[in-house]
Design a protein around this ligand. Structure first.
Ligand code: AMP
Ligand code: ZN
Length: 115
């Protein structure tokens, strides 16, 4: 399958990984929208949040655990944002489930909102 985030997960495409375990990978976004902009993805190919179901939802809970741990490591003590874009109207450009972890400065209210 020609999926860029599957290739990042298996090391075929380079990325700046900040965390990895058996089920998830976290790496810096190529086009950061904030001082800290990390993408957290399941290693399993799930196209979007619309395909989360009772058999695969545990990885989402795990992603939020990893997000909290990374936020602490990155010293985002003043706050952070977790964003998921699902589908075309939300502007999802990579069709492998991913959560943006953003922080490091006041974020404003525009990320992910309709133009
Ligand atoms: P979304 O619009 O929610 O689908 O976000 C996709 C994100 O993936 C964007 O913020 C891109 O900058 C980021 N991105 C795309 N390709 C790469 C890559 N090879 N390495 C890191 N981030 C990427
Ligand atoms: Zn994939």
């Amino acid at each position: 399958m020609d999926c860029i985030f599957c290739k990042i997960a298996n090391g075929e495409i380079p990325s700046t990984k900040v965390y990895e375990d058996e089920t998830v990978v976290a790496f810096n976004d190529l086009n950061p929208q904030a001082p800290v902009h990390i993408l957290i993805i399941p290693k399993q190919h799930i196209p979007s949040a619309a395909q989360i179901n009772e058999t695969n939802s545990a990885v989402v809970a795990h992603i939020f655990e990893v997000a909290a741990r990374l936020a602490k490591e990155m010293k985002l003590d003043n706050g952070f944002r977790i964003v998921n874009n699902c589908g075309d109207d939300a502007g999802q450009t990579v069709h492998h489930l991913h959560f943006h972890l953003l922080g490091g400065s006041p974020l404003g209210l525009t990320f992910g909102s309709a133009e």
